[in-house]
Design a protein around this ligand. Structure first.
Ligand SMILES: *Cc1c(COP(=O)(O)O)cnc(C)c1O
Length: 422
């Protein structure tokens, strides 16, 4: 019956269905440990809702200045509890992950301060924020902030070089997920080790973790292993595919105050700011996030298994530890990358008839091809795949709010590649 449906609706033949079905069986058997993470994080969220006494009345929202928006205040209390932080800033006024990170950096760093990235140059869009790319008059470097970085070596922190570079640094940044890099995500325990090393060698340094794509893939989050700040986007993991937009910053109270005063105004900070009826969807998304994140991790594992078996290099590989929802596949040829991304689009919930082509995306130095079709535009916790058109033509696959969608995407992608080994 399933064969007939997939054949009629998607022209997927039985051989492909068999390959993906048997890979899927293995993935589900091998990923039981993810259920434990999901369960733990789900209770963590429900307990936070209970602790703040979340009620229907909290979904009403303020107008004007936005004083006393109870839903907004409880949302930030909930994020503080879940991320074990002193305080949080969770706002629809934060337009993206990049904005949240930029806001954090510019809220903390002043002229003459030094910023050091210890996981190599940060994510593409952040490079423009820092000023090592692009020509914005408002980059950190243009504003008199010093920047330095230390590359990872074989996916590990280069402690020897970190020690010298972080001397005198005001802020040290760590990127948990791969971004458009060629490495697996750093696990929370690896991040913990790096944070204590930084603190041992420069006790005054503020450590920020770019937590994008990492939330709820493990039981712990960066702040509880020593980070002063963790930052992310609500159209990735913590929005559960439901949040309509926004970003979050969690961490030390005084730092959150500095960042809030940067977002709003000195003396006003986070006491104002309208939420425009987003509290319900933000929190409903958070409620679903642990479940959705694990569905996405299983979809990533399936892609990894199927394309790995076909001989493509995958990062992380099937056995590697995971700390984000990204699966990269090395296609080595431009056309294969395009084929893959276009076939993922066909599995979208919204926009499945769109055919993505490479384009010059703002903030990125190469052309990028991007499959992204979902209920929330640009949401990459929903099924999506993208990749810059440069060697070695890596596709970054992520999301899929239900595992079956990931499985369908996998069958569609496989159908496009004809050199199938059995
Ligand atoms: C997605 C992402 C960001 C921010 O991207 P936006 O598209 O601006 O939300 C930053 N860092 C990493 C590692 C990311 O994956």
């Amino acid at each position: 019956m399933l064969d007939k449906l997939l054949n009629e609706e998607y022209s997927i033949d039985s051989k492909i269905i068999d390959i993906v079905n048997s890979a899927s069986k293995l993935v589900l058997e091998n990923s039981k440990f993810l259920d434990e993470i999901k369960e733990y994080n789900q209770y963590k969220i429900l307990a936070a809702f209970k602790k703040v006494g979340l009620s229907q009345a909290d979904f009403a929202y303020a107008t004007g200045y936005g004083y006393g928006d109870r839903g907004r205040e409880k949302t930030e209390e909930i994020f503080s509890l879940i991320f074990k932080a002193e305080d949080a800033l969770v706002r629809p006024a934060i337009s993206s992950g990049t904005h949240a990170l930029s806001l954090t950096l510019s809220g903390i760093l002043n002229k003459g301060d030094k910023l050091v990235a210890i996981t190599g140059h940060p994510y593409d869009t952040l490079q423009e924020v820092i000023g090592i790319k692009g020509d914005s008059r408002n980059s950190l470097i243009k504003k008199g902030i010093f920047y330095d970085y230390v590359d990872l070596v074989d996916n590990r922190f280069d402690f020897e070089n970190i020690k010298t570079k972080i001397e005198g640094a005001k802020l040290v940044t760590i990127q948990r997920s791969t971004g458009y890099g060629e490495r697996r995500a750093l696990t929370i325990s690896e991040i913990e080790e790096a944070i204590s090393f930084v603190k041992d060698n420069n006790p005054d340094a503020i450590v920020m973790v770019d937590n994008c794509y990492g939330e709820f893939t493990e039981k712990n989050e960066p702040v509880e292993v020593g980070a002063d700040l963790a930052v992310g986007s609500l159209i990735k993991n913590p929005g559960g595919g439901i949040a309509l937009g926004g970003g979050y910053i969690v961490g030390k109270r005084l730092l959150i105050e500095d960042i809030s005063e940067r977002l709003y105004a000195p003396g006003i900070g986070k006491e104002t700011g309208l939420t425009f009826d987003t509290t319900r969807s933000t929190l409903q998304g958070l409620f679903f996030a642990p479940h959705i994140t694990i569905e996405a991790m299983r979809s990533a594992l399936l892609m990894c298994k199927v394309f790995g078996d076909m001989g493509y290099q995958t990062v992380p590989n099937y056995q590697d530890p995971r700390s984000d929802i990204i699966q990269s596949i090395y296609f080595r040829e431009e056309q294969k990358l395009i084929d893959f991304v276009q076939s993922i689009q066909q599995a979208a919930s919204v926009g499945s008839l769109v055919v993505p082509y490479p384009w010059d995306m703002p903030g990125y130095s190469n052309q990028v091809i991007m499959a992204s079709g979902g209920f929330v535009d640009g949401s990459s916790i929903e099924i999506s795949a993208d990749g810059p058109l440069r060697e070695p033509y890596i596709a970054y696959f992520q999301g899929g709010v239900v595992y079956e969608q990931g499985k369908l995407a996998c069958m569609l992608a496989l159908s496009k590649f004809n050199n199938i080994k059995k």
